[in-house]
Design a protein around this ligand. Structure first.
Ligand SMILES: *Cc1c(COP(=O)(O)O)cnc(C)c1O
Length: 366
């Protein structure tokens, strides 16, 4: 028998969450973001779960090609664009769109098109840095970048793109959504082309902001997998978890006051209690830094982890589940236990937990 841990991916939840994104942005086309192996859910499953998306967006060239091999014929967008000339050849061959965020990329594209005129034009997302200071042209450089790109005969549609730093908190004191939009409007003034501005957090701001936040394309990621981008909880946003990480108890220990649990003896029992041992550890992707008290479900009852997470196991407090025994079902996150609750307890975000599910965990579908 295989080890009892499994990750079940819920395709119906993925479809539902995409509908939620569309409902927030009825006039927009939607890129479903499937980078990092679809946030750990599997590229091929994402292709089916998001079949209704207008395009799929990701970072990795091998997976972009894989989408074409799997039969995806709608647009594909590389969110960090191309890294060298070989990438441009791949984009030409497989009809992939790419983001351009620096002059070095535009120079590579000029060079490539001069040497190897492509059969189809390249569609490019031109990215502006409106305050995140990660990728993109400054607003005052944007017009020049646009002109240089437009001058390349083999460039087709240019989409105007930016990325929000704090869309989960529209009035962020450092860089507000409104300020980023103001810079974007300033930098794109007079430039033609569709706009692509909203990640999940931005998508959730759209209904409340009306004309102040319009985007021809939206780029939801985390919300499609049922995680919150911040602000409110996933349930408040009407999202459903797209993954349930589950396992079982493989051991039970009765301990008494003064006994310790796990490596480093970091948990000490205050009184007699039962401890369950779960077949799930950090080598499965569960965060090692999750402290005593991290929520977990045993037989559907919410309880807490105790002691250090080890490579293949972790321990839980069975006090609220006296009927639990070897074989009892444990949910690490997903249906019945929001991944964000676990992430918060562990000092991280749902994104990181999803992406970290290890290759040794068998993935099922329902
Ligand atoms: C990852 C990513 C997104 C999706 O972000 P979420 O917060 O997961 O919705 C959108 N746009 C770009 C450029 C990204 O890199």
């Amino acid at each position: 028998m295989p080890r009892p841990i499994t990750a079940t991916v819920h395709l119906a939840a993925m479809r539902h969450n995409l509908e939620r994104a569309r409902a927030c942005a009825p006039g927009s086309k939607a890129w479903a973001v499937v980078k990092a192996n679809a946030y750990g859910h599997g590229l091929e499953r994402a292709l089916r779960g998001f079949a209704a998306a207008d395009g799929l967006a990701l970072i990795e060239f091998d997976n972009a090609v894989r989408l074409r091999e799997l039969g995806w014929s709608k647009p594909v967008l590389l969110l960090e664009g191309w890294f060298d000339a070989a990438d441009l050849a791949t984009m030409a061959r497989h009809d992939l769109n790419g983001a351009a965020h620096c002059m070095e990329q535009i120079a590579l594209l000029e060079d490539y098109c001069a040497r190897t005129p492509p059969a189809r034009p390249f569609n490019v997302h031109l990215k502006m840095n409106t305050g995140m200071n990660r990728l993109g042209f400054k607003p005052e450089q944007f017009g020049a970048a646009f002109a240089r790109l437009r001058a390349i005969a083999h460039v087709g549609e240019i989409t105007l793109m930016t990325h929000f730093a704090n869309a989960d908190e529209a009035h962020h004191p450092c860089v507000s959504l409104h300020e980023q939009l103001r810079r974007f409007d300033e930098g794109t003034a007079g430039l033609p082309g569709p706009r692509s501005v909203a990640n999940s957090a931005g998508v959730f701001q759209m209904p409340g902001m009306g004309e102040a936040l319009v985007s021809d394309w939206i780029r939801p990621g985390i919300m499609l997998y049922g995680g919150t981008p911040g602000g409110r909880t996933a349930a408040d946003y009407g999202l459903r978890p797209a993954m349930t990480l589950a396992s079982t108890l493989i051991g039970v220990q009765d301990i008494k006051a003064g006994d310790f649990v796990g490596y480093g003896s970091r948990f000490e029992a205050e009184g007699a209690m039962r401890i369950g041992v779960v077949a799930c550890g950090y080598a499965d992707g569960y965060p090692r830094h999750a402290p005593t008290g991290t929520p977990i479900l045993v037989d559907g009852v919410r309880t807490r982890t105790v002691g250090r997470v080890s490579m293949d196991m972790l321990a839980v407090d069975l006090t609220p589940v006296p009927q639990a025994r070897v074989g009892s079902r444990v949910v690490l996150w997903g249906e019945g236990l929001p991944i964000d609750d676990v992430a918060t307890a562990a000092g991280t975000i749902g994104y990181e937990l999803m992406c970290a599910v290890a290759p040794r965990v068998p993935v099922l579908e329902d």
